[in-house]
Write a protein that binds this ligand. Structure first.
Ligand SMILES: *Cc1c(COP(=O)(O)O)cnc(C)c1O
Ligand code: SF4
Length: 318
């Protein structure tokens, strides 16, 4: 994926924020001290077979009651660990009006779908397309809830003060008394939570959106108990509930980012005992053909489910 970065992120990198540099600049991604041995799990650019579940351009229908809708294939900046390197920043661009009406028609014909997840690319990087989709969804009675997955508050916080996004947020705000609207923000490192970003979050919270976060375990960025504790506590006290932390998908080219499963489990096990329950996300692996499967923390022996360990790691009989 070609490099793309915003002045906001570049200024953080210029201040020496290494956890941000490694997410966006190839020069840091290719850190030779972190390069793993060749890894046969990373064979495909689409290891979760997303493309085979695409029912209309942009619309991925994997689970019975909810769909993921890629509103756009563009983002303000390119995260080099992106699970959709095959699509982001390519000439796929934004969805056309025809694609959008095709997607809305599919949802009308599938009343079992009650939740729509707008994703991409970044829906807030394509506010006009997102507006058409959102207003279309609001006319479909069987769609009970809308989620928006975004990184725009982190990539380009200033855009939230400008007209196109303000207009979109105004349309969404009007619907809040009818249906909840969840905004899921992808955040990887506490250095991303700058003053500008905090102001965007305050504004979204004041309007009444429900805010959650998603994080990907990234080697050399956040595979550290202290970094993640800092991240989740900061998010929580900003009014964002940490929702998921994902194991990095086995996408060809992302080998350098994947951490050891045992290390991830140890970090999340320890954080579970140190963080407020509301501040500790569920640790999941997206398994091909299955979905997001929670990883058991080290409190249980898989072999003997009548025993667990307490937070001091003493065995408890149940
Ligand atoms: C992640 C995902 C969802 C949402 O899953 P939740 O566990 O409800 O957050 C829905 N559809 C697709 C294709 C997804 O990848
Ligand atoms: S914002 Fe999301 S979709 Fe866009 S490059 Fe980053 S991870 Fe990929």
């Amino acid at each position: 994926m070609r490099e793309k970065i915003t002045p906001h992120l570049q200024s953080l990198i210029d201040q020496g924020k290494a956890g941000i540099a490694r997410q966006f600049l190839k020069e840091f991604v290719a850190d030779p001290t972190l390069e793993p041995q060749s890894d046969s799990r990373f064979q495909s650019f689409d290891p979760l077979s997303e493309d085979s579940h695409e029912v209309v351009k942009g619309l991925v229908h994997k689970y019975e009651n909810r769909v993921l809708w890629k509103v756009s294939y563009l983002c303000a900046a390119h995260c080099q660990f992106c699970t959709r390197t095959r699509q982001i920043g390519t000439d796929l661009g934004n969805l056309s009006e025809e694609d959008i009406f095709g997607g809305l028609k599919y949802l009308e014909e599938h009343p079992e779908i009650n939740e729509v997840i707008l994703s991409g690319g970044d829906p807030f990087f394509a506010p006009q397309a997102t507006s058409i989709i959102f207003n279309g969804l609001m006319k479909i009675k069987t769609v009970k809830s809308v989620r928006i997955g975004t990184r725009m508050p982190i990539h380009l916080p200033n855009a939230f003060g400008k007209k196109p996004i303000q207009k979109l947020l105004g349309e969404m705000e009007k619907q809040l008394s009818e249906r909840p609207i969840f905004i899921l923000i992808n955040v990887e490192h506490p250095d991303e939570l700058t003053q500008d970003v905090r102001e965007v979050i305050r504004m979204l919270r004041a309007k009444g959106f429900l805010l959650f976060s998603q994080t990907v375990f990234l080697r050399g960025v956040n595979n550290s108990e202290e970094v993640l504790k800092d991240l989740f506590e900061n998010l929580f006290f900003m009014g964002i509930i940490p929702y998921y932390i994902y194991r990095c998908d086995y996408v060809k080219g992302l080998e350098t980012y994947v951490c050891s499963l045992e290390e991830e489990k140890a970090i999340m096990t320890s954080l579970r005992s140190r963080l407020s329950g509301l501040a500790c996300p569920t640790y999941v692996v997206d398994v091909e053909g299955k979905g997001k499967i929670p990883v058991p923390l080290n409190y249980w022996e898989v072999q003997n489910p009548t025993q667990c360990r307490d937070f001091d790691f003493k065995t408890v009989n149940l």
